[in-house]
Design a protein around this ligand. Structure first.
Ligand code: NBX
Length: 839
């Protein structure tokens, strides 16, 4: 028994403990200590990176109690944990977000200032973890943040890529890819958990045997084994005690295997195994590349999913005697088909390792999994050649065959003699070379399947999973995407956030529907003036950044027209370019045209193997070069391509936009989430009837949204009756002269060949219907220019956009997943010991 005096002393020490205290003086001292003891530096030799690290450790100390308390609370048997399985988590920089969510931003800013430093500069030195390609990975990050804010128990399971998405440089207008070395200076936010290592089998063969009780069983004798090591990053909720875990797995050599080889004298073989194992999690695959034949990608997928499921089983068995209630303890969400091998892996673990019967195992599996679809593009639907699959995962192939056999028996009962149905629904595509269809596996193995916006979910039911919908209508549902207002408003746009808070208080940060209360100020001239001031200031910041990085001068008095997203033909950045060239032509023909000055800003990466996307980047830069220096233009039109678009740059760009370009071919963009970030920051949208645009327009009001273009049905009809892009080219003089100008070499120093592939593709097939939408787009842009001239009116529309965007908080999406798919509830975290949550 401790004498009371000890407890007293302890609590006194801990109140001003350098690792938890929040007074300015304690924070300042903690930073100095970390600089010295962790980084081995003192002020005279420290740079901003060192200070950033010292600060990051100071902040991490202050969240550790919450994190450990949270983890402990989840071990209770009655607590259900959401496991978000995703090959990508595009979390973005941690520091500023953690400061906001911990509620210590102001204290830290002062402490940093008193150390003679500038907090924003330190925040800017953070290297962001680029562990994702785009929307899908960023959605996973927003969802993790909302889960924590809503105090819902969650673990994000993924891959700790050593090299994330490449950094993009632009050289002579072309994209050049540079390896991303996000880990080179160390990562202060992660903690390695060597105790949670797991072993993952690959290759080899299976073997039937009888156990001691005479049961028929199968064992898998792998060819090699890789060790998975967990790296944990805390994901804090906004002003709550919950700190959930993002658990990312790294592949390492398995010593026991190495060691055997070493013992028989095969030193180089042992080293090979080590290199091979560590290769597994080396690099993130870019999207938009044909997936077939990328064996390493299948290995990555199986690796992280098996790590996750084994980890979940271990957690469950620390509190339970068996896995009977596994589906009550965990809800596992498949973020697209990338983790869908999990269906077969959970079956294998339950049957082969934990000796469940097939039927019991299948019940648990279906109860546990749900699947989110993010694309209808046929080329993006994952299918693995059976040959590769069977070589790598022989046991899983057997299990998939058995799942399929039982499933097709059910289908036969419902549709006797209908072979067409069987062939569409089968998990195996055997029309030529045989493939495993991962979307079919995910659908069969899940209790719910959802799309990511209303239109998209309808199209899922009508197109790629039509027969499944007919078979199991109740399985299909929609959850429209959302984004977290903490990162995408509070962190990235403090000025707008403060203005909003000054009028309606700060509850909107946790309850985004409260933004509606801004509507009452829309007729308040002073408020509108303040609103414009904020936008102008943020535009000035971006203008400074552009001048700094690119040497291009742009004025915040012009309309900032922005398209930032991955470069893809279906997203139609080239439609935007056609429009810009048309505006340029108009100025050239009539130099004194009444013209609303515009700054057209682009950003986005092209997949390294996607030639057309790279050519679009080159076209944007080539047009920029000509337009920006043409004296006739008189600075009324500027074109800027921002290199290396990522989360950090997004945080600069969204707040500064006046106009958000969401111009995909109808039916192709599953949802879009950038569209939400723009509108929440007061940009108006010019958009097609696609993805979440439709719902945004519905919420903000059609009079506050610039809609153009064909709808999905129109496009289907046009295609059916035979779409001929030439007709549009010949019949539309502005379109014709725009294309002719590109073909003439005007933007390519006389080279008529450079852009030919792009022009030819448009003239000969135009698979994404740019020509069909061109006229409607231009007319809509004219309406935009007209509207922008009336700044008071524009400001009203901007305010109404923000006020009515509450639906698009990821908090709303997460509540829907909890209610309809996961059946998970909040578990508020009580802090043990002495540490209290910040009020
Ligand atoms: O997912 C995106 C969709 O295109 C967006 O419309 C949607 O808003 C977003 C979130 O639901 N899809 C996406 O980003 N896909 C990928 O990044 C991807 C990554 C790897 C891969 C295929 C696609 N093999």
């Amino acid at each position: 028994m401790n004498p009371p005096i000890n407890e007293m002393m302890q609590s006194q020490i801990q109140i001003e403990d350098d690792r938890t205290g929040l007074s300015i003086e304690t924070l300042r001292r903690a930073m100095a200590d970390n600089l010295f003891y962790i980084l081995g530096k003192y002020p005279a030799i420290a740079n901003n990176k060192d200070y950033y690290m010292a600060l990051a450790y100071t902040v991490r100390d202050r969240l550790l109690h919450r994190w450990l308390n949270t983890y402990e609370a989840y071990m209770k048997p009655e607590v259900k944990i959401v496991c978000y399985l995703s090959a990508e988590f595009l979390v973005g920089p941690h520091l500023a977000n953690n400061l906001i969510n911990l509620g210590i931003y102001d204290q830290i800013r002062q402490a940093v200032q008193e150390s003679g430093l500038n907090l924003q500069e330190l925040i800017n030195t953070e290297e962001e973890p680029g562990l994702g390609n785009g929307g899908l990975g960023r959605l996973a990050a927003c969802y993790m943040e909302s889960l924590a804010t809503l105090e819902v128990p969650a673990i994000g399971y993924g891959i700790r890529y050593e090299f994330g998405i490449f950094d993009q440089e632009i050289r002579e207008g072309w994209q050049v890819e540079i390896t991303d070395k996000w880990l080179q200076d160390g990562n202060p936010w992660e903690i390695i958990r060597p105790e949670s290592e797991v072993y993952i089998n690959f290759g080899g063969r299976t073997e039937p045997y009888q156990d001691d009780q005479g049961n028929y069983r199968v064992r898998w004798i792998p060819e090699y084994v890789v060790k998975g090591i967990a790296y944990d990053t805390p994901i804090l909720g906004y002003k709550v005690n919950t700190a959930n875990t993002l658990r990312l797995w790294k592949g390492e050599a398995c010593e026991s295997f190495n060691f055997q080889r070493f013992n028989v004298g095969d030193y180089y073989g042992a080293v090979d195994t080590k290199v091979y194992s560590e290769n597994l999690t080396k690099v993130l695959y870019p999207n938009d590349e044909p997936v077939q034949g990328k064996e390493l990608r299948l290995q990555q997928q199986y690796f992280f999913v098996s790590c996750a499921l084994q980890d979940m089983i271990r957690i469950h068995l620390t509190e339970s005697e068996n896995l009977d209630n596994f589906g009550d303890k965990f809800a596992a969400q498949l973020n697209d088909t990338h983790p869908s091998i999990g269906v077969a892996e959970l079956m294998r673990l339950l049957i082969d390792v934990h000796h469940y019967s097939w039927d019991q195992a299948w019940d648990i599996t279906q109860k546990t999994f749900a699947y989110t679809n993010h694309t209808l593009l046929p080329e993006a639907l994952e299918k693995w050649p059976l040959s590769i699959f069977g070589r790598l995962l022989p046991r899983h192939l057997e299990i998939i065959y058995e799942i399929n056999r039982r499933f097709l028996d059910q289908v036969r009962m419902k549709y006797p003699g209908n072979n067409e149905k069987l062939s569409c629904l089968s998990l195996i595509d055997d029309r030529g070379e045989k493939y495993i269809r991962m979307a079919n596996l995910a659908t069969v193995g899940s209790h719910k399947v959802n799309g990511v916006a209303a239109l998209h979910s309808e199209l899922v039911k009508k197109t790629i999973l039509r027969d499944f919908y007919e078979f199991w209508p109740e399985k299909f549902t929609n959850v429209t995407n959302g984004v977290t207002p903490r990162r995408w408003m509070v962190v990235s746009n403090p000025r707008l956030s403060e203005l909003i808070t000054s009028r309606i208080g700060d509850n909107w940060i946790k309850n985004l529907d409260e933004l509606r209360r801004l509507e009452q100020f829309v007729d308040d001239g002073h408020f509108r003036y303040q609103w414009r001031e904020v936008k102008w200031g943020v535009k000035q910041d971006l203008a400074n950044y552009i001048e700094d990085k690119l040497g291009i001068k742009v004025s915040p008095d012009t309309l900032f027209d922005v398209q930032v997203k991955r470069i893809h033909e279906y997203k139609r950045q080239h439609l935007n370019v056609l429009q810009i060239i048309t505006l340029y032509n108009r100025i050239k023909h009539n130099p004194n045209l009444d013209f609303t000055p515009r700054t057209c800003i682009f950003g986005g990466k092209a997949a390294p193997g996607y030639y057309m996307a790279k050519l679009i980047i080159k076209l944007i830069n080539s047009v920029a070069e000509v337009v920006n220096k043409d004296p006739d233009v008189r600075d009324r039109l500027k074109v800027v391509f921002l290199p290396d678009y990522n989360v950090t740059l997004g945080q600069r760009v969204y707040p500064a936009a006046d106009l958000s370009e969401q111009i995909s071919t109808a039916g192709k963009e599953a949802s879009g989430t950038g569209n939400m970030k723009f509108s929440l920051n007061g940009a108006l949208t010019i958009g097609t009837y696609d993805g979440a645009n439709i719902e945004i327009r519905q919420e903000v009001g059609e009079e506050n949204f610039f809609l153009f273009g064909l709808k999905t049905e129109d496009i289907d009809q046009l295609r059916a009756k035979g779409y001929n892009p030439w007709d549009y080219y010949y019949n539309n003089p502005e379109l014709k002269s725009t294309l002719d100008l590109i073909s003439s070499g005007f933007f390519s120093h006389g080279d008529c060949e450079l852009f030919r592939p792009l022009v030819d593709s448009l003239l000969h097939s135009d698979p994404f219907f740019l020509f069909a939408d061109y006229q409607s787009y231009l007319e809509c842009q004219d309406r935009v220019s007209q509207a922008y001239k009336d700044q008071e009116y524009w400001t009203k529309m901007s305010i109404l956009n923000v006020a009515r965007m509450g639906k698009f908080s990821s908090d709303r999406s997460i509540k829907e997943y909890c209610e309809n798919i996961w059946y998970a509830k909040p578990v508020p975290i009580e802090m043990k010991d002495y540490v209290q949550a910040d009020a």
